[in-house]
Each structure stands twice: as C-alpha cells, then as structure tokens.
Design a protein around this ligand. Structure first.
Ligand code: PLP
Length: 471
C-alpha cells in the first residue's frame, strides 16, 4: 500500500520517539545554542511528488532548518519579553496538539470538556493573582489580541452609553481614550477596531517616570460628567516596568463613566509576590485586564488571556457573537467561547497553562517572579560596576534599561554593540528608546536564567565593547 498517511500511522511510535529525541537534543543544548543566527541562505526544498513520510521530513528539517533556530527559550534570550517553556507547559502543549480540540463550546459535541478545563484555568489564574471571581477569561494568541478583545468590548460599552450598538451600526463618532505609556499593541488594536489610533489623548507621565501623572489626567477628563471615556492603564510598561496608580484609577472609575482597561501583559505577575503585589492594588475593579501567558508564565507562544468583568457579559456577546449560528442557543445561557472572543475555531489553548499552573503552583510562580527581579537588579549593578554602562532607568522590576556610559558613548553606539553581541550569540537583547535616549533593554522572565548567565552575558558585553572601541 502506497498511502503515506497509513504508512506513517504504522510507524507512529518511531515518529514520536524521533520527535522526543529531537526535542531533548534542543532542550538539553539550550545553554550552548546561539541566541542569534544569520543564515546566509536556507536551501528550501520544494514539495515532493511522493511524500517523504514524517521521519524523513523531520530529517530534512533537522538538516536544513534546525541549525538556524535560535535559543529563544534559553536563559540568555533577553530581547522583547520572551518567556521560556516549563517542562509541564511543554507536556501540555504537546497534548493540546494530540487532542486537537476545537475549544469553543461546552455543547458542541458530547463530552467536550476542553472548554470546561479552560474555564477552570481562568479560576486557577485568578487565584494565583488574588483576583476576585468577577471575571470571564478568554484565551487568545497574545497580549495584542487581549488588548484588542478588551478594547472591543470597551467600544461596545462606550456606544451603549450613547445609545448606539456599535457592533451593529458601526462607529458614529470619535471616542475619548486616555493613556500615558500605552504599549504599541494597544495603538494597533485601536487601529484595527476602527476607533483610530490618533484618538488617544496622551496623558503626561510623572517626572522621570513612565507612570501616568494622575493630576494631569484628572485635569484632562471631560467636564460633562455624562461623557464616557476609556482609560488604557499600564500594569507594567515595557521599558522600566512602571505602573500607573491603580488606587487613583479605581477612584476615578467609581465616580465617572469610565471603562478601565489595564494592560498587565507581564507586570500582572507582580501579584504573585507579596513584596510586589501592592503595585497592582486596585486593579480588581478593572473592566478588562490583559495578561500574557507566553511571557512570565513560561508557556510556549500562542497564549494569553483577556479578563473581562462578568457584568459586561452581554456587551461582550454583542461584540463577538457568531450571529449566524442560532442553533447554539442563547449565548448568555449556554456559554460558548465562540460568542465571547474574536476567533471561532481555535486550539485547546489553555492546556499548557493549566499544566504549568498545576505543576508549579503559587509557590513556584512566586519564586520565579522574585528570582527574575533579583536577577534583574543584580544585572543592573553588575553593568554599572563594569564602568562601561549606565542605567537609563532604575531597575523597578524585571527589566534593565541601560546604555553605554557617557565617556565611551562617542566611540561606540548601542546598536553597534548589539550587532557585535549577535555575532557571538551568547546573549540577545533589543534596542530601546527611553525618554528620548537610545539604549538597550534586557527583560528577564525565564525560569532558566541564573547568576551564571548574568556573568556570561556581562563578560560578553564588556569583551564586545572593548573590541569595538579598539577598531
Ligand atoms: C508583550 C506585550 C504586549 C503584546 O503582546 P504579544 O504577546 O506580543 O501580542 C502588550 N502589552 C505589553 C505591556 C506587553 O509587554
């Protein structure tokens, strides 16, 4: 029989064994794998007439592509905000693929409990963060889609205040939105939502901070008490992980017609530690909260959650209802993710998170958060102590924003240093601009990172800088 599908099914144990070996090869080699690779050419094969079978396909992948895979889940990949993959999350992710559920509806097929497990995952998360059980959680691809989803319901709420069902009728007027240091993805979400990114009224920050100047915000609010508005607050900015004042935001929300959206993509994890949870106190009244899972939760990519208040369920359904499927019943009575989020079909996205939350629990995540913060502070000190670098911002949480120190700055640019470091591939960081100053940013959110990695990275930075200064 020449059917490659059936042939592969017969050798499935071998295929999975090969996959296991390949996985272990990668994971065990993470420490030594390069954090940046520059493939000059990748020799892409064309689609074969007769298929190769999975094992041979894997060999082609291994030969042609694997050498160029960077250690983005490794301990010294500090660019963007890149989490690792916990052992439990890897297991959950593998199984999400094996089970291949379309996690949308608790009624879609007999015995479909994947949506129930997702609802339970939301509870685990609320408990981890000490948030009340007032939220619906929806699983989306990343914080960009969380921001999109939260702001989509905010838009519907806004329309309701004006007597317009925006989901049906479309936008009829400009909306008023306040933010101080919104993440670029919120701006993108406003563009996608037809709200228009120019409609954000930028609130000044406190001096030398990325946090909102709350007095300035209060002075900017509409005089007409009936005029609704949306606030996009930061629960951890990406440069200096600064937090808007949640207590004062809470007070505004209680007095005014205000939708409070908090982007706490990774800063939300401060709630795992008693030493840092005060930064978020007050966030429990938010209308929507963005949390990324593929950052500090350390699950593989394609994982984030949008929390929205249960009291807004109807607005959420108006926004996302898959209206042409009435056979699914009343969406408010028969819960289905189909009517609560932007996607219709999607994978069993919560499973890796569920595995990881159950495997490491509150103590595990508290350790992870506190350890990364300790390491970030230590990295900041080490960099300053070399005499070659200075901090652009104090290390508030788990990111380090720094630059080559003044006396060396005219000789070497930060971008040149990053390029030189990428040739070596021992540590990866991204360029940034903080308060108008060009710099470099390291974000520590991986459970694998240790003091040894700080040592390797700082040594690589000093070596690269000296080399550039001599040339
Ligand atoms: C990373 C991040 C985002 C965007 O997240 P994606 O997962 O890349 O979609 C949004 N907001 C903040 C604060 C972030 O750190």
């Amino acid at each position: 029989m020449e059917n490659k599908f059936y042939q592969d099914l017969e050798v499935l144990p071998g295929i999975l064994k090969d996959t296991l070996d390949l996985s272990l090869g990668y994971l065990n080699g993470l420490d030594g794998r390069k954090t940046a690779v520059h493939p000059t050419t990748i020799d892409w094969p064309s689609i074969p007439d007769a298929g190769l079978g999975a094992q041979q396909a894997a060999r082609v992948f291994e030969e042609k592509f694997l050498p160029f895979i960077v250690a983005s889940s490794g301990p010294r990949y500090w660019g963007y905000v890149t989490g690792g993959t916990t052992p439990a999350a890897i297991a959950g992710d593998w199984l999400a693929t094996v089970f291949d559920q379309n996690t949308q509806s608790t009624i879609s097929s007999a015995g479909d409990c994947s949506a129930l497990l997702e609802l339970q995952t939301v509870k685990l998360l609320l408990d981890l963060f000490g948030l009340p059980d007032d939220f619906i959680g929806g699983f989306v691809t990343g914080a960009t889609m969380s921001n999109f989803s939260g702001l989509a319901v905010a838009r519907q709420w806004y329309g309701k205040q004006l007597g317009i069902d925006i989901a049906r009728e479309g936008l009829r007027r400009d909306l008023t939105i306040y933010a101080a240091t919104p993440h670029s993805s919120s701006i993108k979400a406003l563009a996608m939502l037809g709200i228009g990114s120019k409609n954000v009224l930028l609130v000044p920050c406190l001096p030398d901070r990325e946090a909102m100047d709350m007095d300035a915000l209060e002075a900017m609010l509409p005089e007409d008490e009936d005029e609704p508005f949306i606030i996009i607050a930061s629960g951890g900015t990406v440069n200096s992980v600064d937090f808007d004042d949640m207590q004062r935001l809470k007070a505004i929300r209680s007095k005014r017609k205000c939708w409070l959206h908090i982007d706490a993509a990774f800063g939300g994890f401060a709630a795992c530690s008693p030493a840092f949870s005060h930064l978020l106190q007050g966030w429990e009244v938010a209308d929507s909260i963005t949390i990324d899972f593929h950052k500090w939760l350390n699950v593989p990519y394609d994982s984030a959650i949008i929390l929205t208040r249960k009291e807004h369920a109807q607005l959420q359904v108006q926004t996302f209802q898959n209206a042409a499927a009435p056979y699914l019943g009343d969406p408010l009575e028969k819960f289905s993710y189909l009517n609560f989020g932007p996607e219709n079909s999607r994978r069993f996205r919560a499973l890796p998170a569920w595995f990881s939350l159950m495997a490491y629990g509150k103590e595990g995540y508290r350790w992870l958060v506190e350890e990364d913060i300790r390491l970030a502070r230590s990295l900041g000190e080490k960099l300053v102590n070399t005499g070659y670098f200075s901090l652009l911002a104090p290390v508030r949480l788990n990111t380090v924003c720094f630059t080559i120190a003044d006396q060396h700055h005219d000789k070497v640019k930060n971008a040149d240093l990053l390029a030189e470091l990428n040739k070596e591939g021992k540590v990866f960081m991204t360029p940034t601009v903080y308060k108008g100053h060009h710099g470099i940013r390291a974000a520590l959110v991986n459970y694998r990172t240790s003091d040894k990695d700080l040592h390797i990275a700082v040594e690589a930075m000093v070596t690269a800088l000296k080399k550039l200064m001599q040339s």
